[in-house]
Design a binder for this molecule. Structure first.
Ligand code: CMC
Length: 429
C-alpha cells in the first residue's frame, strides 16, 4: 500500500513536497523543510487556541464531536454512567482495563487510606479570608502538597508515581471539603473510611453533630455518576495545562495546581457556576426571549452552551438531564429548571444557535443538581476538579511515558518592533 501523502507546491520556488499523512494528520515539523533557500526559516503552522492541532498521541479518551460520542478506554460513557463507580472508572482511565474484583478492592482500599491530610494543611486553610473562593483555596493547597511529598519529584519511578496518583485522587475531596468548611466557619469533618468515595465527600461537606453521617443513597449515586461524567475529556484547556506544565518534569502536585487554575476560568470548569448566576439573573421564564436576544446581539454568552469539539448534543448533558428527575424526587424540584428548559427549547429552534451548532454542554444542567443537593454555587468548579483529577493524572502519566515527549514550547509569529537602540531616560520625548 502506498503511504498517504499530502503534496504541497511552494509557489515561491516551484518545488513540491510530499508530506506523509498518518491518522489524518501531517507532522507540523515536516513543514520546516519548506523554505525559500538553505539557511532560511522554514514554514510553521499558526493555530491560535489549537483549534486544529494535535499535541499528543493518546489512548485514553475518544471523542466524536459530530456524533456526540464519548468513550473512556473504548467504553461508552453511557454504559459507565449506568454500571460503573467513580473509583472503578478511575482505575480504567489509569490502567486501560476494567479491574477484577481483587484489583478493585485493593485500589479502593488504597484510595480510602490516603484521604487524610497532614494537619499543617489546616494552617494553610486558616490563612485564607473567610470569603476566599474555594477554587483558589484548592489550587493553592494542592500545590502546597508538593512540599509535603519530596519523593514526588521521582516522576520516572513508577512506584512513586503511582503513590502520588493515589494520594491526589484520595486527598482532593478532603481539600475541597475543608475549603468549603473554612468558608462557612464550620469545623473540618474528617474522612470516614466506611463510606464510598462520594459518600465520604458528602460526609466531609455536610456532617454536623451526628456521630455517623449516612449519605442519601440516591444523592450519593447521582454524585457518583456526575463524577464519572467529569473524569476525563481528552485535550481540554486544563488537561493541556497539566500536560504542558508536566512536560517540564515538575512533580504532579504542581502540575495539578496548574490544571485546577486552568479549570477555574468561566469558559471551562467555572461555567457551571456561571450558568446558575445566569439562571438566577433571568429569574423568570417570561424573561428568556429577551435574554436570548442579548446573547444573539453578542452582549453576553449563553453559559453552558457550545463546545469546541461537540457540534451536537453533549452526551454527558443528556445523561445529567435524565438524572435530574431522580435527584429532584429527593431534594424537591429546582425552580430554575423551568428557565433552563425554556432556554434550551428556544435556543435549539433558533437559527443563531442551530447555525453555529451550539448545544447544551455538561455544565448546563449539572449546576441545577449540585444546587438542589445543597452545594453552594462557589463549590461547583471544585466539584468538577475533584473527578477530573484522575483524567489529568492519566494524561500526565501517558505524557511522561511517551517516547516522543518534549517540553511544551510553541512557536510564535513576531509582529513587534524591529531591532532598535536603547534611549537614555532624559533623551526620550
Ligand atoms: N453563547 C453564544 N454564542 C456562542 C456561545 C455561547 N455560549 N458559544 C459560542 N458562541 C458563538 C461565538 O460567538 C461564535 O460566533 P461567531 O462565529 O458569530 O463569532 C461561534 O459561536 C463560535 O464560538 P467560539 O468562541 O469561536 O468557539 P470556541 O470553540 O472557541 O469556544 C466555548 C467554545 C465552550 C469556549 C464557547 O462555546 C463558550 O464560551 N461557551 C460558554 C461557556 C461554557 O459553557 N463553557 C463550558 C464548556 S464545556 C465544559 C468544559 O470542558 O469546560
Amino acid at each position: 500500500m502506498p503511504r498517504e501523502t499530502l503534496t504541497i507546491t511552494d509557489n515561491r520556488t516551484g518545488r513540491t513536497y510530499d508530506l506523509p499523512i498518518d491518522h489524518g494528520t501531517i507532522r507540523a515539523t515536516d513543514l520546516d523543510q519548506i523554505r525559500l533557500a538553505d539557511g532560511d526559516a522554514g514554514i510553521t503552522s499558526y493555530d491560535p487556541g489549537f483549534k486544529n492541532t494535535a499535541a499528543c498521541d493518546s489512548r485514553i479518551t475518544f471523542l466524536d464531536g459530530d456524533r456526540g460520542i464519548l468513550l473512556y478506554r473504548g467504553y461508552p460513557i453511557e454504559q459507565l454512567a449506568e454500571h460503573s463507580t467513580y473509583l472503578e472508572t478511575a482505575y480504567l482511565l489509569l490502567d486501560a482495563q476494567l479491574p477484577t474484583t481483587e484489583q478493585l478492592d485493593a485500589w479502593t482500599y488504597n484510595i480510602t487510606h490516603h484521604t487524610i491530610l497532614h494537619e499543617n494543611i489546616k494552617k494553610f486553610m486558616e490563612g485564607f479570608r473567610h470569603d476566599a473562593h474555594p477554587m483558589g483555596m484548592l489550587l493553592s493547597t494542592v500545590g502546597a502538597l508538593s512540599s509535603f511529598y519530596p519523593r514526588a519529584r521521582d516522576i520516572f519511578d513508577s512506584a512513586s508515581r503511582r503513590r502520588q496518583i493515589a494520594r491526589l485522587i484520595a486527598k482532593m475531596p478532603t481539600l475541597a471539603a475543608f475549603s468549603y468548611r473554612h468558608s462557612v466557619g464550620l469545623p473540618y469533618a474528617y474522612p470516614d473510611n466506611r463510606l464510598s468515595y462520594t459518600g465520604n465527600f458528602l460526609n466531609m461537606m455536610f456532617r454536623m453533630t451526628e456521630l455517623e453521617y449516612k449519605p442519601n443513597p440516591v444523592l450519593e449515586r447521582a454524585l457518583e455518576v456526575l463524577f464519572i461524567l467529569h473524569a476525563d475529556h481528552e485535550q481540554n484547556c486544563s488537561t493541556s495545562a497539566m500536560r504542558g506544565v508536566g512536560s517540564s518534569l515538575v512533580d504532579p502536585y504542581a502540575a495539578v495546581a496548574a490544571a485546577v487554575a486552568a479549570l477555574y476560568g468561566p469558559l471551562h470548569g467555572g461555567a457551571n457556576e456561571q450558568v446558575l448566576h445566569m439562571l438566577q439573573e433571568i429569574g423568570d421564564v417570561r424573561r428568556v426571549p429577551d435574554f436570548i436576544k442579548r446573547v444573539k446581539g453578542g452582549e453576553i454568552r449563553l453559559m453552558g452552551f457550545g463546545h469546541r469539539i461537540y457540534k451536537s448534543y453533549d452526551p454527558r448533558a443528556k445523561i445529567i438531564k435524565r438524572m435530574a428527575d431522580q435527584v429532584f424526587a429527593v431534594t424537591g424540584r429546582n425552580p430554575l429548571l423551568d428557565i433552563a428548559l425554556e432556554l434550551e427549547r428556544i435556543a435549539l429552534e433558533d437559527d443563531y444557535f442551530v447555525g453555529r451548532k451550539l448545544y447544551p454542554n455538561v455544565d448546563f444542567y449539572s449546576g441545577l443538581i449540585y444546587q438542589a443537593m445543597g452545594f453552594p454555587l462557589r463549590m461547583f468548579p471544585v466539584l468538577f476538579a475533584i473527578p477530573r483529577t484522575v483524567g489529568w493524572l492519566a494524561q500526565w502519566e501517558e505524557m511522561l511515558l511517551d517516547p516522543e515527549r518534549k517540553i511544551a514550547r510553541p512557536r510564535q509569529i513576531y509582529h513587534g518592533s524591529p531591532r532598535r537602540d536603547y534611549v537614555p531616560l532624559l533623551e526620550r520625548s
